[in-house]
Design a protein around this ligand. Structure first.
Ligand code: AMP
Length: 199
């Protein structure tokens, strides 16, 4: 059983590599790795799904990880956090609360009321559409995108385009895990990407 202590402050540290450590030297990556469950062949054969529910249900570990993401948001000087549906919601809201900024939901098609801007992108099979409300961001907003996993980068690329289309600046993407073998980072270049753990 891993003992988890609060991370030391990592404020001012932007981007990848700004990992906080606990007093005993345990990193946020260590804590995260111990609370992720690999589910093979979900939701389809050949996929190893990174299940974050063990993290969500363990308060001390969740705190370490949220503090780490919040330090990233502070480092980027984000004025608002944009949450990518659906697991991004569970992370972005506490990060926004911790950072003292607002949170904007980027949702799947048909979920947001009022006028929206939308972006359709390719999935392995078929397409998906993300939307954001036209008035979600204020002029000059510096937006940090938040999600659980960066895989091919298609979702994050669409989300980033939506933010830009809305007139705000995307200062970076913060994720818990980056599946490096899928090269999402290359697809998103030159976007700043911060991941707590690489797979
Ligand atoms: P992609 O657009 O390929 O970068 O996929 C990223 C989106 O799909 C994120 O919103 C993730 O939540 C989800 N996702 C992709 N691959 C996985 C995986 N192996 N485990 C968990 N979630 C994943």
């Amino acid at each position: 059983m891993t003992t988890i202590e609060p991370t030391e402050t990592t404020s001012g540290a932007a981007g990848a590599g700004a990992l906080g450590t606990t007093a005993s030297g345990t990193t946020a990556a260590d804590v995260l790795r111990a609370h992720i469950r690999d589910v093979t062949d979900f939701p389809q054969p050949g996929v190893v799904f990174k299940d974050i529910t063990p993290l969500l249900v363990t308060p001390a570990a969740f705190t370490v990880v949220i503090n780490e993401l919040a330090a990233t948001a502070g480092g980027y000087g984000a004025t608002v956090v944009a949450a990518i549906e659906a697991r991004g919601f569970l992370l972005a809201a506490p990060v926004a609360y911790r950072t003292g900024v607002g949170v904007v939901p980027i949702r799947k098609q048909g979920k947001l009321p009022g006028e929206t801007v939308s972006r359709t992108y390719d999935l392995e099979y078929g397409t998906a559409t993300l939307e954001v409300q036209v008035d979600a961001f204020r002029p000059g907003d510096r937006v940090l995108l938040v999600d659980d996993v960066l895989a091919t980068g298609g979702t994050a690329a669409a989300a980033a385009e939506l933010v830009r289309q809305s007139g705000a600046e995307v200062v970076g993407l913060a994720v818990l895990m980056e599946l490096t073998f899928l090269s999402g980072r290359d697809r998103l270049a030159p976007l700043e990407i911060s991941s707590i753990m690489e797979v």
